[in-house]
Write a protein that binds this ligand. Structure first.
Ligand code: SF4
Length: 435
């Protein structure tokens, strides 16, 4: 066994020792807490949280305070290692080589690949934050086979939410726990955003908020939750679909929010013979320069009982039903398609997949729905919406969500995130206070 690289007892503290404290940022996870590092004679001695940092306000986790090991761990690689001649992969037989030797080996092997088939070179980098450079290197080399840690982290979380609702809270957006009344955390361990999350949770609970943690494991978060709901790993999507179905059945979706800020009422072409089948029906408008998605879609108005341009002042669109345009095209509001899609995803169906009892799923849906509907909050902040309508105040449905890799790190992660985004949409909690 090799000797420790850093022996804390090797130098005695004396009058000549120079103590310094440096304010910096912890890099042990993506939370990026502010830390104070105490050095003696240029060597890290210990790490504390920085009470003046706006993010963590002095709170630090065990991983952060053990960041000293990143500098001095005896297990740290300090030289390139080459597998010993004659040993097999997995034998753990390596010898240290110089950087010159390492570059010589790489030059020979990469040179050969570049001349024959550059695609045989695969480059994988960790959380290096230099992906612009490493990606450029791979492209210049001639291989498309490069990746970084995001592919098995939670990039699909960002992609799924952007695809579905045009934006993502991903790992740092943060639920509005200042104003939420019900907080649902799903598939989250104490990783990203952890210190700010713990501080916010502490305050949230003191204010009387209800915290539900859905997780296969009774994590630290689950341990302090008002209710921990265990779930089979990788089945969160089934739960979201059943919750969506239940909330629709119980009539607890936020119709007003969906009309104004989603495509729920927009008509979709249902003619299977048409090349436009499954697309939103559009009417002709003069094209605006640079506009790739003109606002020329249709609602079916309840009062006039005919199609009408979306967001026509005073219009009141159908959410459910099937209609026929003047040219004979059958159409449905997209909300009707959602209802059709989730109708078989019952609580009973989800119970058999997730392991969560049917009654619990129904109760959860009801609790989310009535909290969103009956405990609305209103802030006296004037604003103008995307349609140019002016509002005196901002309203919110105080059901907040936070999710992480427990959802994302599965082959169905992207679709699971989409299902969660739809659930949040029908509850009307997106981009609103308390959500
Ligand atoms: S949560 Fe812990 S590991 Fe992550 S940045 Fe903060 S102190 Fe470091």
């Amino acid at each position: 066994m090799s000797n420790p690289i850093h022996d804390p007892l090797s130098k005695k503290l004396d009058d000549q020792s120079r103590i310094e404290v440096k304010n910096t940022t912890c890099y042990m996870c993506a939370c990026r807490c502010g830390i104070r590092v105490t050095l003696r004679d240029g060597e890290v001695r210990y790490i504390q949280g920085n009470p003046d940092h706006p993010l963590n306000k002095g709170v630090i986790c065990a991983k952060g305070s053990s960041g000293i090991m990143k500098q001095y761990s005896p297990a740290r690689l300090t030289k390139p290692l080459l597998r010993k001649a004659g040993s097999d992969r997995g034998d753990n037989e390596f010898e240290e080589i110089s950087w010159d030797k390492a570059f010589e080996i790489m030059e020979e092997r990469l040179g050969d690949l570049r001349e024959t088939d550059p695609k045989k070179f695969a480059l994988f980098t960790g959380r290096d934050q230099m992906q612009a450079l490493t990606g450029m290197f791979a492209k210049q080399f001639g291989t498309p086979n490069y990746a970084a840690h995001g592919g098995f982290c939670s990039v699909n979380m960002a992609a799924g939410m952007i695809y579905t609702i045009g934006g993502s809270f991903w790992e740092f957006g943060g639920p509005d726990l200042e104003r939420a009344k019900l907080f649902v955390m799903i598939g989250t361990a104490e990783d990203h955003h952890s210190n700010p999350m713990k501080m916010a949770l502490s305050k949230f609970k003191r204010q009387g908020g209800k915290f539900i943690s859905i997780n296969p494991v009774r994590t630290g978060y689950s341990a302090i939750a008002d209710e921990w709901i265990p779930i089979k790993p990788g089945t969160d999507g089934a739960l979201f679909l059943a919750l969506t179905n239940e909330i629709i059945k119980q009539g607890l979706y936020d119709r007003d929010f969906l009309v104004n800020y989603s495509n729920a009422a927009e008509l979709v072409n249902m003619d299977k013979e048409s090349s436009e089948h499954g697309m939103f029906v559009r009417f002709e408008v003069p094209p605006e320069e640079g506009c790739f998605d003109p606002q020329n879609k249709l609602w079916w108005d309840r009062e006039l009982n005919k199609p009408i341009s979306t967001h026509t002042p005073g219009a009141d669109p159908y959410f459910l039903g099937e209609f026929t345009l003047d040219d004979g095209t059958p159409v449905k509001p997209s909300f009707q398609l959602l209802v059709d899609r989730v109708k078989d995803y019952t609580a009973e169906w989800a119970a058999s997949i997730t392991g969560i009892p049917e009654d619990t799923i129904k109760r959860l849906a009801h609790e989310m729905g009535i909290t969103a509907r009956d405990e609305k909050i209103e802030l006296p902040i004037p604003w103008t919406d995307t349609w140019g309508n002016e509002h005196e105040s901002v309203t919110g449905n105080p059901v907040a969500f936070h999710a992480m890799r427990g959802l994302a790190a599965h082959s169905n992660g992207f679709q699971t995130i989409r299902a969660m985004s739809i659930l949040m949409s029908i509850l009307g909690t997106i981009d609103r206070p308390g959500g």
